[in-house]
Design a protein around this ligand. Structure first.
Ligand SMILES: C[S@@+](CC[C@H](N)C(=O)[O-])C[C@H]1O[C@@H](n2cnc3c(N)ncnc32)[C@H](O)[C@@H]1O
Length: 451
């Protein structure tokens, strides 16, 4: 189908005002057209004009369009390695540093529905147990996002079971109260988090007229992947200026990479990279204190089968094996090098076109990049190749739930349940390496009751 000229202009405008690189995907142009006429009563040209001449922060047109174009996927304690780093190293260090002032300022930048900010509040209340009572500590957690609709959701503090998919049930029970099929964060944790609108590209910070200044820790994860490198550099410099001396910046894995960011030094702790602000006196070209290792299994953690039958008659003797290619693709994807990861997956498919694994990795990359339709196609392809490929059913269930298609989500869940019930309870589940089959079964059964 021919692309409309207004669509390119809109993509350019979104890039200039928000930094978001919108990936073209099937049906997006039509979706915007429908949203514009139904929600705003505007044709696409009128929409474009309205966007050009209105404020990103306050106008209804921007609110609607950003709700559609931003990817708001988040869940509690997302990335256990990074939370381990915060719990065991970074927060104790900051608490020790600030024991005289008894004040900590933390910013969850691009917080989406708030799971990240509330997870930090939970960690701090574990480290400073008297916090909700008469503690003298003044803890301020600011959480901001550009999507006003998602901020409204975050402020309610109410979440479905899906937001707890990596959470110890004991933590869930301790800090949340069940309300029917949902869970509400307890008020003493909720009160620690202050949500506000912020456009990381357009708004200036530090801003001493708002809350955005003098932070001890800024967490900005899984958002730089939607920006161009020059946008990332600009925002990283504003972060540096908004940090106290010796304070920390945590990004998603590989999102800042080894890019020159004046004033930051990369620190590798337990194989995880975090950035520390250098004192003004010694700001020099950026140094990496020890070689950063990107955690090998982060989002994309499909275990590689030891022997893989090669079905293709056009077998090409590879210089690199199928298993190595998949491992390489996962590592690159975890470092944010999506184009290279995709090339590895394609090469892997040429070597073994009967395996569901490369398609599954491609699906995850598409999902990270906000290309949901593409992700669905790849997941279905992996199921076509292997009808019992459990992770594909679980991911499809998640996607259909996000789309509000409960009927198809239910079918995916039934298939996943059927497979997981046949696995030994203690065996690790392919692709969910921190979860046993028994744990996944319990989680999926919880979803089933809430459908
Ligand atoms: C995938 S979510 C990340 C949520 C959370 N940080 C996490 O890792 O779980 C990305 C968020 O970035 C926000 N975002 C995108 N562009 C932004 C911008 N220019 N300024 C502020 N937030 C932005 C989106 O609205 C979305 O909620």
């Amino acid at each position: 189908m021919m692309k409309a000229a207004w669509f390119d202009d809109l993509i350019r405008l979104v890039l200039t005002r928000t930094g978001i690189v919108v990936r073209e995907q099937d049906g997006l142009c039509k979706e915007i057209e429908i949203l514009s006429s139904k929600q705003l009563g505007l044709n696409p040209q009128e929409l474009l004009l309205a966007l050009q001449f209105s404020e990103t922060e306050s106008s209804k047109v921007w609110r609607e369009i950003l709700s559609l174009l931003t990817v708001s996927e988040s869940y509690f304690f997302r990335d256990q390695g990074q939370y381990h780093l915060l719990r065991e190293h970074i927060l104790p260090e900051l608490i020790a540093q600030k024991r005289e002032q008894k004040q900590l300022r933390i910013w969850s930048a691009a917080c989406s529905s708030g799971e990240e900010a509330y997870s930090i509040a939970i960690l701090i209340s574990q480290l400073l147990p008297g916090l909700s009572g008469d503690s003298q500590w003044d803890i301020r957690i600011v959480a901001s996002d550009i999507n006003q609709d998602i901020l409204d959701k975050a402020r309610t503090g109410i979440y479905s079971a899906w937001s707890f998919r990596r959470v110890d049930p004991a933590i869930q029970k301790m800090y949340f109260t069940q309300q029917g099929n949902s869970w509400k964060i307890n008020p003493d944790i909720q009160n620690k988090v202050h949500f506000c609108y912020n456009n990381l590209l357009e708004d200036s910070f530090p801003d001493f007229n708002s809350d955005l200044h003098d932070f001890d820790l800024i967490i900005c994860r899984n958002v730089f992947i939607y920006f161009l490198p020059e946008t990332v550099n600009k925002i990283a410099q504003k972060f540096v200026a908004s940090l106290n001396e010796s304070a920390y910046l945590m990004t998603g894995h590989g999102e800042l990479g080894l890019r020159e960011t004046q004033g930051l030094v990369g620190k590798s702790i337990d194989n995880l990279l975090i950035y520390k602000k250098q004192s003004a006196a010694i700001i020099a070209p950026r140094i990496i204190e020890s070689a950063p290792h990107i955690k090998k299994t982060r989002i994309i953690s499909t275990p590689i089968p030891k022997s893989i039958p090669v079905a293709s008659s056009q077998y090409i003797k590879p210089a690199i094996s199928f298993a190595e290619l998949l491992q390489q693709a996962k590592t690159k994807a975890n470092q944010g090098q999506y184009e290279l990861a995709i090339l590895d997956c394609r090469q892997a498919i040429r070597i073994n076109e009967a395996s569901p694994h490369p398609h599954f990795i491609l699906a995850q990359i598409a999902e990270i990049q906000g290309q949901r339709q593409e992700s669905k196609i790849m997941l279905k392809k992996s199921l076509y190749l292997d009808h019992d490929f459990l992770p594909a059913y679980v991911e499809l269930f998640n996607i259909y739930m996000q789309e509000g298609n409960k009927k198809t989500a239910g079918k995916m869940l039934d298939s996943a349940l059927h497979i997981v019930r046949n696995l030994p309870s203690h065996s690790p589940v392919m692709h969910y390496d921190e979860t046993s089959a028994g744990e996944l079964l319990a989680l999926l059964e919880q979803f089933q009751t809430s459908l």
